[in-house]
Design a binder for this molecule. Structure first.
Ligand code: GAR
Length: 216
């Protein structure tokens, strides 16, 4: 069984989607722990209710990023994970931390990377006027919101969307592609070839949200 540790900062719906899919689909993997940098993260409740160990490493208790990242790595490594899953984990990580988990840490970012790295991605997409938006699962590398893309989901931007409406549509797609990507990892099907992630045997590493449009 592969061991997974999931990092969250808030409500943790992506974490929940991964935990539920692992149980439902009988993955060769176990979510060993959920770690939060915020003691009040709502997702901790779901994890505890599902008999998953939880830990809090509160970033406010540490003098700097390096000290926080050392404590975070110590909390994670006691579970000896094969894979670290960032699921709405909202701290910028040091290069040392990222390199420690090279090739075994995934993140989901709410945009079609390389568009719109950083925060407020849905507002960025609306401001840019794009007609298609989405989410990306990628391996984490030292450059923020970069790294080889495992899967992407595209959703339409609808007339009248505000950031909240768009975020909701993207989140529903995140809940599909993130469990799928994590499953591919624990099944040993992912290889990194430069900037590209090769899935063996191949299957679609993309999802187009099933919303009927004109002219399809
Ligand atoms: C998700 O939309 C995720 O893509 C985003 O935060 C949300 C967390 O929701 N992550 C980032 O912005 C990372 N920079 P969740 O806690 O319900 O999974």
């Amino acid at each position: 069984m592969k061991k997974i540790v999931i990092l969250i900062s808030g409500r943790g719906t992506n974490m929940e989607a991964v935990v539920r899919a692992a149980a439902r689909e009988g993955w060769p993997a176990e979510v060993r722990a959920v770690v939060s940098n915020r003691p009040d993260a709502a997702g901790l409740g779901f994890a505890a209710a599902n008999d998953i160990e939880t830990a809090v490493v509160d970033h406010r208790q540490y003098a700097d990023r390096a000290a926080f990242d050392r404590a975070l790595a110590a909390a994670i490594d006691q579970f000896a994970p094969d894979l670290v899953v960032l699921a709405g984990f909202m701290r910028v990580l040091t290069d040392g931390f990222v390199n420690h988990y090279a090739g075994r840490m995934l993140n989901i970012h709410p945009s079609l990377l390389p568009c719109f790295p950083g925060l407020r991605t849905h507002q960025q997409a609306l401001d840019a006027g794009v007609r298609v938006h989405g989410a990306s699962v990628h391996f984490v590398t030292p450059t923020l919101d970069h790294g080889p893309v495992v899967a992407q989901a595209a959703v339409p931007v609808m007339a009248g969307d505000d950031a909240a409406a768009l975020a909701k549509r993207v989140l529903a797609a995140e809940h599909v592609i993130y469990p799928r990507a994590v499953r591919w990892f624990v099944e040993g099907r992912l290889a990194i070839d430069g900037e590209r992630v090769v899935l063996t045997p191949p299957e679609p590493q993309w999802l187009f949200a099933d919303i009927a449009g004109e002219g399809v």
